[in-house]
Design a protein around this ligand. Structure first.
Ligand SMILES: [Zn+2]
Ligand SMILES: [Zn+2]
Ligand SMILES: [Zn+2]
Ligand SMILES: [Zn+2]
Length: 398
C-alpha cells in the first residue's frame, strides 16, 4: 500500500494527447494515525486529500490574500494535492512539481458551473534545492529526515489551516494564524495553553493528526492506470434512443408521464386559444418529447462505474472527461499569466472525492460533477520557485 508513497519521486509519467497511454486514476487511501506523518512535506508524498497542505516549497507560500474565496472572500480550505512532474520532459527547474487545490467550505459559494469557490496552484523545485535531498526522501523507517520547514525558516503556519500565517495571538505572540477567523476557531483549544505558551515562548508539539473543525479528513492518494475493456462504448449513439432498451417507445410510456404530457398539451391549447396555432398530436410529441440523451453523461457514468472510488483523473495534455453535455466547458482557457504559454488540461476531480471528505449532502454542501484543472503547458519557472495560480473550471449535474 505504501509502495507508491515511498517511491523516491512521483510516478506520473509524461503523457501526450496522441499517445495511447491510459488515464491515471487517483484513489483515496486511509492511513493509520501513526502513519499520517508520511504525508508531510518531508516525504514528498505522491498526493494527499484534506488535513493541512504538505507544501512543496515551504518558504515562499501563497499569500493569505491569494487563498481567499472569490465569492465570500474568506479563507479557503486545503482540498488536495498531487505530485505530477513530467520526468525528463519538464524543464530542470520543475524536477519536483506539485499541484494544490483549495475550496471554500461555505456551501453557498458553490454555484452551478462556476469555479469561483476553487483555486489551483502549481509549485516546482529543481532537483538541487534548499529543502530536499538530491536523491529524494529516505525511507521514513530509517533515520531522520530534515524538516524542510526548519530549513526554510519560512513564515509560520496557521494552526488551523496550515497556510502562511501573518498574524499572532496578541496574548502569547506564539500561536500563529492566517486570519482572525481561524484564531476564533482555535481559541477554545488555545486558551488552555495560551498563558503557558507566553511563559515558554513556544507551544508543545501538535499531536500527529491535529483535527480541527476547519480541515477536511485526511487521506493519502494512490495512483493507478485506468483499465478500459474494449467495446465499452459500443451502441452509444443518438440512433439508439428509440430502441427497446430504454423504453422510450411511446407505447411503453408510463401512465404518469402520459398524463403529464396530456396536461401539458391541454395547457398549451388553453394558452394559445384564439391564436392561429395549428398543432397536431405529432407536434405535441415533438415538443414534449424527452430531452436528447446526454451522451457525455452516459460515457462519464460508464467510466466511473469501472472504478467508482476514483477521486482524480489525470492525463496531462489529454482531454477532460466531460461529466455532462448540459453545460459547456470553457473553449478558450486564459494563457499562463507568467509566461504566456497556453494552458492545457491536466487533471479533474471526481464526485467520489465529495463523499470522501463528507460533503455529499446534495443541495446543502459543496458540490461538483467534475472540477477541471488546466495548467501552464511550459511548466514555466515561478518567481522564488513559489506558487502560480492556475485555471479551474467546474461542471455540475443539473
Ligand atoms: Zn466562499
Ligand atoms: Zn488559517
Ligand atoms: Zn495565545
Ligand atoms: Zn507559464
Amino acid at each position: 500500500m505504501f509502495q507508491s508513497l515511498l517511491n523516491q519521486f512521483c510516478v506520473i509519467s509524461f503523457i501526450n494527447e496522441f499517445s495511447e497511454e491510459p488515464v491515471h486514476l487517483g484513489f483515496g487511501v486511509r492511513l493509520l494515525t501513526d502513519d499520517l506523518y508520511r504525508l508531510r512535506s518531508h516525504y514528498l508524498p505522491l498526493g494527499k486529500v484534506g488535513g493541512k497542505p504538505a507544501w512543496l516549497n515551504p518558504k515562499h507560500l501563497p499569500k493569505s490574500a491569494d487563498l481567499l474565496c472569490s465569492v465570500c472572500e474568506k479563507p479557503m480550505c486545503f482540498l488536495m494535492q498531487v505530485c505530477a512532474n513530467g520526468g525528463e520532459s519538464d524543464p530542470p527547474h520543475a524536477f519536483h512539481r506539485t499541484l494544490f487545490l483549495f475550496v471554500c467550505r461555505n456551501p453557498e459559494c458553490s454555484r452551478q458551473n462556476d469555479a469561483s469557490n476553487l483555486k489551483a496552484f502549481r509549485c516546482q523545485l529543481p532537483r538541487t534545492n534548499d529543502f530536499y535531498s538530491f536523491d529524494g526522501p529516505a525511507d521514513p523507517e530509517f533515520g531522520d529526515i530534515p524538516d524542510p520547514y526548519a530549513l526554510a525558516d519560512g513564515p509560520g503556519l496557521c494552526r488551523i489551516c496550515g497556510c502562511a500565517a501573518a498574524k499572532k495571538c496578541a496574548k502569547c505572540t506564539v500561536a500563529r494564524y492566517c486570519s482572525q477567523a481561524h484564531q476564533v476557531i482555535d481559541w477554545p483549544t488555545h486558551k488552555l495553553e495560551c498563558a503557558k505558551a507566553a511563559e515558554n515562548g513556544s507551544i508543545e508539539e501538535e499531536p500527529k493528526n491535529p483535527l480541527n473543525p476547519f480541515v477536511f479528513k485526511e487521506f493519502g492518494i494512490e495512483i493507478d492506470q485506468e483499465y478500459m475493456p474494449g467495446g465499452l462504448f459500443d451502441g452509444m449513439s443518438d440512433d439508439e434512443d428509440d430502441n427497446e432498451e430504454d423504453g422510450a417507445d411511446v407505447d411503453d410510456e408510463p401512465e404518469e408521464e402520459k398524463a403529464a404530457r396530456l396536461k401539458e398539451f391541454e395547457k398549451f391549447v388553453k394558452e394559445n386559444k384564439g391564436k392561429n396555432v395549428d398543432m397536431t398530436k405529432d407536434d405535441l410529441d415533438a415538443a414534449t418529447a424527452e430531452q436528447p440523451k446526454d451522451l457525455d453523461f452516459e460515457k462519464f457514468n460508464k467510466l466511473v462505474h469501472l472504478h467508482p472510488d476514483q477521486i482524480v483523473r489525470y492525463k496531462r495534455f489529454g482531454l477532460p472527461l466531460r461529466a455532462t453535455g448540459q453545460s459547456e466547458l470553457p473553449e478558450e482557457i486564459e494563457p499562463c499569466e507568467l509566461c504566456g504559454a497556453p494552458r492545457r488540461f491536466e487533471m479533474q476531480l471526481m464526485p467520489h472525492l465529495l463523499t470522501l471528505i463528507d460533503v455529499d449532502c446534495i443541495g446543502q454542501s459543496i458540490d461538483w460533477a467534475s472540477v477541471y484543472v488546466y495548467t501552464c503547458s511550459a511548466s514555466c519557472r515561478i518567481p522564488d520557485d513559489g506558487y502560480a495560480k492556475e485555471f479551474v473550471a467546474k461542471q455540475d449535474f443539473v
